[in-house]
Design a protein around this ligand. Structure first.
Ligand code: GTP
Length: 357
């Protein structure tokens, strides 16, 4: 069956993530640059170099995303350069031992950029290294010393921030997925006929336009069948509208089962159906139309104690190079009218020589 709905959900999610990552790299680049300038005035040379290098790395992540469209690589650069910067700040203490305060931005950024589970695994790894740095008995000039109370509280408050970030990311994912599902459902409703669940007229026209563009590139034939139920008004009049609806629903299934996966069956109007047959010439379409007509003819609809059999008439049209979609359908409509005029329960034009599909 032709794909009626474009699956745009993944690209939408990625687009949103790309926006956040580009924003984060710009903010990261600016903040580290400004702090680098401040520490330059404070004559803290190692910190100045570290912050300027970080600023360049964020700029690089931004370029990788904007110019080369590499979302994963950009995320990777942002996250791991952020981790390294944080290790450095905790190790040296930054300005006046305030370096560890920055680690709290790591939790929300990690779960958002890396996703919930991978983000949490990375945070565990991050926190382990932070704990090792803080609790190791290192003897180095750059190494900052913190009180045990400060270290324990820093780890506990980081764990709390991680938990809250994970909770927030989890509910964000839930709402995003349910909005996505709802969107898909409404999109499906907008494109399908509620009674028969077949593609509706609007959807059929979109598919026809797409197929027309495709076949003009590939030089392949495309045919349509316009099919109308014979004397359907009599079914409604005799058995009621509910029975008429049931007939339409059942015959839609017969139609679907009579064609190939790549073909499309649409409800064109009340008791009119359009078959779109890609890679099919008028001669091949005629054979398919005859098969559909026979299948309907042999199908019995059971309603209460009644057994109802119906017939259909079909008009065939093959798209020519100089035709637009309206002309193609009008031609099929004229042929359908001819099939009705010739006595119904038939296909027009009929195939004179036998062909294999
Ligand atoms: N039950 C039901 N009937 C419908 C629906 N849409 C259209 N119809 C009926 O389809 C019938 C079409 O009647 P006509 O246009 O006279 O065509 P016909 O009786 O099939 O006769 P021919 O097409 O000339 O063979 C009408 O009675 C419409 O009410 C629907 O969704 N449900």
């Amino acid at each position: 069956m032709l794909t009626f709905i474009k699956n745009e959900s993944k690209s939408n999610g990625e687009l949103q993530q790309a926006r956040v990552i580009s924003l984060f790299s710009l903010v990261g680049m600016s903040v580290t640059f400004v702090m680098g300038v401040i520490s330059l005035f404070n004559s803290n040379n190692v910190l100045t170099i570290t912050l300027f290098v970080s600023s360049i790395i964020y700029c690089l992540a931004y370029i990788v995303l904007k110019k080369y469209n590499k979302l994963n690589l950009s995320s990777f650069i942002i996250i791991y350069s952020l981790y390294i910067l944080m290790f450095y700040l905790v190790f040296t203490g930054g300005v006046e031992q305030t370096g560890p305060l920055w680690i709290f931005i790591v939790a929300p950024v990690s779960v958002y950029v890396l996703g919930l589970s991978y983000g949490l695994v990375n945070l565990l790894f991050f926190l382990s290294i932070i704990a090792i740095i803080m609790f190791s008995p290192i003897e180095m000039p750059q190494y900052a010393t913190y009180s045990t109370e400060f270290k324990v509280r820093l780890i506990l408050s980081f764990l709390t921030t991680t938990f809250l970030s994970a909770l927030y990311e989890y509910s964000r994912m839930l709402s995003y997925n349910s909005a996505l599902k709802l969107g898909k459902k409404y999109q499906q409703l907008a494109l399908s006929d509620p009674l028969t669940t077949l593609a509706n007229r609007r959807n059929a026209l979109t598919i026809l336009q797409q197929e027309k563009s495709r076949i003009s590139r590939n030089n392949e034939p495309l045919s349509v069948l316009l099919c109308d139920l014979d004397h359907f008004k009599m079914v409604n009049d005799k058995y009621g509208h509910n029975c008429g609806d049931m007939v339409l629903t059942e015959l839609s299934q017969v139609f679907k089962q009579s064609v190939r996966q790549q073909d499309c069956v649409a409800r064109w109007g009340g008791e009119e159906f359009l078959f779109i047959l890609p890679q099919t010439s008028a001669e091949q379409a005629s054979v398919i139309a005859e098969k559909i007509r026979t299948n309907v003819h042999h199908h019995k609809v059971h309603f209460l104690k009644h057994e109802i059999s119906l017939t259909i008439s079909i008009g065939i049209s093959q798209l020519t190079d100089d035709q637009n979609i309206d002309e193609l359908i009008n031609n099929a409509d004229r042929n359908l009218y001819q099939a009705k005029k010739n006595g119904r329960n038939q296909v027009y034009p009929q195939q004179t020589t036998s062909i294999d599909l």
